[in-house]
Design a protein around this ligand. Structure first.
Ligand code: IMP
Length: 432
């Protein structure tokens, strides 16, 4: 498999589309892999040589010995999680010296962000978003508010840092007490942590925007590793049940500092069915034996939180929206093997709202809550397909299922995945 040029890997559903596996495969051809949004709310599982790595922050390209991995400025970085991941890599004998870079402009997640995330969610009752409690929303809130934010570069200005941390903690603690009757966090401890964070991150910090621009000027091949998914995008997703950053293809340029026109291929990743974690609408969810079967066969439990994922039929209406929004050139269709053994499969082709078929995907949360999915039926296949080596060897109904999805989402399926291992990947096109 060859890369045509710089490539973006982006989720087309509500996250968890197995993007880590695709990034890992593309990384074999890449010089640089870039993470550009989100934080440790993401969970990318990479299986290689019998070892499994669960990465939340560090790009999955790190598994490949010659790939430079960049955590760009759009990421909100939790140094404690980062340190745990470094330790896992050391334990797994992965050498990363000089190959891992962090943007000085990334925002730092502190324990008070995580506390705020939890306190706020707990206070919301039925209106919960069901966040990952990793402090993502509060950290991006501080970024937008500006006066309470700490970026990676701030960790190295020690005199200003102490006062800044104390000011922030003082403000937050008053808020925590007033709103949630919580004592908050200890200011001395936060100052100590801030110093420690600087020590952890220092060897990796640089101007990653310049680094990426230099890499492009030197004709290096870049892979951009999306996190979460298009339908969780704060501007274009199923608001308010979204994450706090631009998780669609629209986010790549702002998050990485690389012009969108430098990206040759926009590769969308979708599962052959639908999953969602947290609350919020998921029209094709099946709270029945079909949903349970998908969950068990697909091991649909969160990488980050362990929560059971909500499972249902493929939503072609939602996925086509993501394809159009992101200018997606090609699609990787994941976990097709999970669907073996169903007599029939349903595919959602549109939404009905108050008796009318909708022409476009609803971005109004109140409309989205009420929509009813409209399905077409597709015959299933009995055979297990996890050992199949090429698309032509798939059962005829599996092939026609993929072809039907292509028509409905209006994008070609270039890659079909039938299992977690790299070897279980059917390439329909040699060049991506
Ligand atoms: P947050 O990003 O932790 O604030 O969570 C906001 C919403 O996005 C919740 O519904 C989460 O379950 C969801 N979410 C965040 N990150 C991921 C992910 O990597 N995969 C799937 N869902 C996610």
């Amino acid at each position: 498999m060859k890369l045509r040029g710089n490539t973006l890997v982006i989720g087309l559903q509500w996250g968890d589309e197995a993007k880590g596996k695709i990034t890992d495969i593309l990384s074999e051809q890449a010089d640089v892999v870039v993470r550009f949004l989100g934080g440790s709310n993401a969970g990318h599982t990479v299986v290689t040589g019998g070892q499994t790595f669960k990465l939340h922050l560090i790009p999955s390209g790190i598994i490949h010995p010659n790939v430079l991995c960049v955590i760009a400025g759009g990421v909100v970085l939790d140094p404690e999680i980062f340190e745990l991941e470094l330790n896992d890599l050391v334990a797994g004998h992965i050498k990363f010296d000089g190959r891992l870079k962090i943007s000085q402009t990334a925002h730092v997640v502190f324990p008070y962000h995580k506390l705020e995330d939890q306190l706020k969610e707990n206070s919301l009752g039925d209106g919960k978003i069901g966040t990952t409690a990793r402090g993502i929303g509060p950290c991006y809130t501080d970024k937008a508010t500006r006066t309470q934010a700490i970026r990676v570069c701030d960790l190295f200005h020690l005199e200003q840092l102490d006062a800044k941390v104390r000011d922030i903690v003082n403000y937050k603690n008053r808020l925590f007490l007033a709103l949630y009757n919580s004592p908050g966090v200890n200011a001395d401890e936060m100052v100590r942590k801030a110093h420690r964070y600087g020590e952890i991150l220092r060897p990796f910090v640089c101007d990653t925007t310049e680094l990426l621009q230099d890499a492009m000027a030197a004709d290096k091949r870049l892979v951009f590793e999306g996190a979460q998914g298009t339908l969780l995008d704060v501007d274009h997703g199923t608001f308010p049940y979204v994450t706090s950053s631009n998780a669609s293809a629209c986010g790549v340029s702002a998050g990485s500092g690389v012009p969108a026109k430098a990206i040759r291929t926009f590769l969308g990743v979708a599962k052959a069915y639908t999953t969602r974690v947290g609350t919020g609408p998921c029209p094709t969810e099946q709270i029945n034996a079909a949903g349970d079967r998908i969950r068990e066969r697909g091991h649909e439990y969160g990488t980050t939180t362990g929560r059971p994922r909500r499972c249902g039929w493929f939503d072609a209406f939602a996925t086509r929206y993501s394809v159009r929004l992101g200018g997606i050139d090609k699609v990787a269709l994941m976990l097709l093997d999970v669907l073996s053994g169903f007599d029939k499969l349903l595919i959602c082709t549109g939404y009905r709202y108050r008796g009318q078929m909708l022409r476009s995907f609803p971005t109004d949360g109140e409309v989205m809550k009420e929509v009813e999915p409209v399905y077409e039926e597709h015959p299933g296949w009995a055979e297990e397909i996890d050992q199949v080596k090429s698309f032509d060897q798939l059962p005829a109904n599996a092939q026609s299922y993929v072809r039907r999805l292509e028509q409905l989402i209006e994008a070609p399926v270039a890659i079909v995945s039938v299992g977690p291992d790299r070897a279980q990947t059917l390439m329909r096109e040699e060049t991506i």
